[in-house]
Ligand binder design. Structure first.
Ligand SMILES: [Zn+2]
Ligand SMILES: [Zn+2]
Length: 778
């Protein structure tokens, strides 16, 4: 058995399975995974093989089972064989996993020796990736190295029949980490129970820093208006929503409309933040200002369970960082950075080795059973089976917005092997990197926006750590074509064979890898921005693509971005540029966006007209920005994608009307996004309600995607479409586009293992580099 099969209770599982079936033989760990020999009645052996995959322990992710028939040797009994010495281990470190039901029961049992102990864990749950310092995955190579097991813990650790057999972080109040409550200067605060004192601070409206699994969070009582506002002010975070932790599913249902798919995600061992429609008036307005959605997660460590119980209500739990820096995870950094924000620190003495943010997902499709308990779609399926990922029956699953804690470092298994090990450096925003070797692509945890020294350090340290953990020394480095990205500069400084990958090609390649597909397909890559091969900014692209290459089949007609980067921060500038394109004779009178920005309107329109400091872009994201400004959703943004997020929320989901955009030119074709802006302007003038206009605009995007794909099919005869790029985080667009395409007979590939946004770029770069390498060295 290969995959994530060590340190997850696999040998005891095999041991008890063999015992139950009356089989003799042995099981052990070797360099690649777990091996076993079993002997007994044919039916029992058959059942053994079936149960291996079917009933595997919750944290195990089996990539492959290989079996062969051997001569019986009439052995008796079943044993766990000692690990083969000397062999270099390549078995995989598992992701961190939420506290299991058994541990939770012990946590709440006054008779248990780990009653109310905030670090309880077992083979089926607890910290993994965040505490591993090196391979092999043994206690000395974790941040638990400094804690010597007491006699009782050691007995459990060595007993194959025990739930804690070889659970590396096993500990108890007698021998394990301890909680403490500290003042911002690091001095001790509470003489009594730190947890009760911390909860009292929360109830009293104070800001608490809490050391979690992958870093420090900042917490306040989610219902306390003043506390939430204070946290927002101290963090200098204007609008970006805070996530909330609720005690359990019932508590989450009081905050949001939780459908079955969302409930499955909330309670999965990955425990992501799940974005859901919020119920009004249940949390303070400052938690998610102007947002109809709320990101909610359930407790995933024993500490969280205890804190939520003591706090007696939902709490804000947002990354402990200042402005754009990565989340603080070392104690000394956390105190230094968060001193001015937190009133107290609830911390402990188990070090975090690698920072890992919370994962963020949207549930969609509304069908139950998005993830079978404990087993993710991601990474666990052999290549090829994942092809079914876009079948309608499989909808009702997680759309990954940020893939991090609970997912990393699970690899994506790819269909075609990498001839040489690859490092892919990702893009800029929402950066991840990817290290790939053989048939495995290890997409990193979320690194963040690669725009400052602290994030760059996190990026380079992460690459070194992954290389060590998985024994990958890259020989090829893949990078984005944008010359100014820090990831590009880093890649080109390495003394490796380099492979530049166009941004939108990487998106489509990531979607192909995500679906175990090799192409060619019609790739629709819609996002905010990416460097094109012609030096302009792309982002509304129809590509004919396979893993190795692509050609541009069509795109949104380019529009100037007046002021360059300023046009990204100020969507009203895109409204000005698009109105100029839609109405060469001047926009219709009475548009609110013109009135609101009257002072600078003429100057900005003129910038667009002269093409001075106004780079051309075919970005779909900028078209969303223009319409958001036109509909008075917002003129300026405070976080990336804000205007589009709010435009989606404005749209009336019941409205079925559609605006149409014309297609012009020969090849590559051009779609006139300005037609949609003209339709929006006319509808505004006629007094059509904004939610109706927003919905028709979304349908218009879906319709132009359909039209572009039909054109591409007529010319190239391809019947499969891959949808990728940040625009497809928008459920209204994705669902409507997929429905239209399927109605026209297309097979539609979408993401499920990595995000459609730039967090998935590194996977795409890696598989492109692999494909080009295969072409060079057949
Ligand atoms: Zn457990
Ligand atoms: Zn102990």
């Amino acid at each position: 058995m290969t995959g994530t099969v060590q340190g997850v209770g696999f040998r005891p599982f095999v041991y008890s399975l063999a015992a139950r079936l009356g089989l003799s033989g042995f099981v052990g760990n070797d360099s690649e995974g777990v091996f076993a020999e079993v002997e007994g009645a044919p039916a029992a052996v058959e059942e053994f093989l079936a149960a291996l995959e079917r009933d595997a322990p919750p944290l195990a992710r089996i990539d492959r089972v290989v079996s062969k028939i051997m001569q019986p040797n009439d052995g008796a009994g079943f044993t766990i064989a000692p690990s083969a010495p000397g062999a270099q281990r390549t078995a995989l470190v598992s992701a961190d996993s939420a506290t299991c039901a058994d541990c939770l029961a012990e946590l709440g049992d006054p008779a248990d020796r780990r009653y109310a102990y905030p670090f309880i864990n077992c083979t089926n749950c607890g910290p993994r990736f965040t505490i591993v310092t090196d391979v092999p995955y043994d206690r000395p190579n974790t941040t638990m190295a400094g804690f010597a097991m007491c006699e009782r813990c050691a007995a459990e650790y060595h007993d194959p029949a025990d739930r804690r057999f070889h659970a590396q972080p096993v500990c108890c109040p007698a021998c394990g980490p301890r909680l403490s409550l500290r003042a911002p200067d690091g001095g001790p605060l509470a003489a009594g129970d730190p947890l009760a004192a911390a909860a009292a601070l929360l109830r009293g409206g104070r800001v608490l820093a809490v050391k979690g699994l992958g870093g420090y969070h900042l917490a306040v009582d989610a219902r306390n208006e003043e506390a939430a506002a204070a946290l927002r002010a101290r963090k200098h975070r204007e609008d970006k929503p805070f996530a909330v932790m609720a005690a359990d599913l019932a508590a989450a249902r009081r905050l949001c409309e939780v459908d079955e798919a969302a409930a499955g995600l909330l309670t999965s061992p990955r425990r992501p933040i799940v974005l859901m429609p919020r119920r009004p008036g249940t949390v303070a307005a400052a938690v998610a200002p102007g947002n109809r959605q709320l990101g909610v997660m359930l407790p995933y460590t024993p500490l969280h369970h205890l804190l939520l119980e003591a706090a007696a209500g939902p709490i804000v739990l947002t990354s402990g960082n200042i402005s754009d820096e990565p989340i603080a995870y070392r104690d000394e950094d956390a105190f230094a950075q968060l001193r001015g924000i937190a009133d107290a620190f609830l911390t402990h003495d188990r070090p975090i080795h690698i920072r890992t943010d919370d994962s963020v997902v949207r549930a969609w499709g509304g069908v139950a059973g998005s993830e079978p308990a404990g087993r993710g779609v991601a990474g666990s399926e052999p290549a090829g089976r994942g092809v079914a990922g876009s079948e309608p029956a499989e909808r009702g699953r997680a759309m990954l917005i940020r893939r991090s804690r609970g997912h990393a470092p699970e690899p994506v298994i790819v269909r075609a092997r990498f001839p040489r090990p690859v490092l892919a450096c990702g893009a800029e925003l929402k950066n991840t990197f990817c290290l790939a070797k053989d048939d495995r692509a290890f997409v990193s945890h979320h690194i963040g926006d690669l725009e400052n020294a602290a994030t760059l350090r996190s990026f380079t340290e992460g690459i070194e750590h992954f290389g060590r953990l998985f024994g990958i020394e890259p020989q090829v480095v893949a990078y984005d074509l944008h010359p100014e990205y820090l990831s590009t500069k880093y890649a080109l400084d390495l003394d490796l064979d380099s492979c530049g990958v166009q941004h939108h090609h990487a998106h489509i390649a990531a979607c192909l890898a995500d679906n175990g597909h090799a192409g060619p397909v019609i790739g629709v890559a819609f996002d905010g921005t990416g460097y094109g091969t012609d030096g302009t900014l792309w982002g509304g692209e129809f590509l004919i693509a396979d893993l190795a290459g692509f050609q541009r089949a069509g795109h949104l007609a380019p529009v100037p971005m007046p002021g360059g980067a300023a046009a990204i921060r100020q969507p009203w500038r895109m409204a000005a540029a698009y109105l100029r394109a839609a109405f060469p004779g001047g926009p219709p009178p009475g548009l609110d966006v013109v009135k609101r920005n009257a002072r600078n309107w003429a100057a900005v329109t003129s910038l667009a007209g002269r093409g001075v400091n106004a780079p051309l872009s075919s970005s779909a994201g900028r078209l969303f920005d223009a319409v958001a400004a036109l509909l008075s959703v917002r003129d300026t943004i405070n976080y990336e994608g804000q205007a589009a997020v709010e435009l989606e929320q404005l749209a009336d989901p019941a409205e079925t009307g559609t605006y149409r955009a014309a297609v012009s030119g020969q090849w590559p074709f051009r779609i006139q996004g300005a037609d949609l802006v003209r339709a929006v302007s006319h509808a505004l003038a006629e007094g059509t309600p904004a939610p109706v206009i927003a919905a028709r605009f979304h349908s218009g995007i879906a319709a132009l995607i359909e039209e572009g794909c039909v054109l591409a099919r007529e010319r190239h005869g391809l019947g499969t479409v891959a949808l990728s790029g940040g625009v497809f985080q928008n459920l209204l667009v994705t669902e409507r586009a997929a429905a239209r395409l399927e109605a026209r007979g297309f097979r539609v590939l979408m993401h499920s293992r990595v995000p459609c946004n730039d967090g998935g770029i590194s996977l795409g770069q890696a598989v492109v580099a692999g494909a080009r390498d295969r072409a060079l060295r057949p």
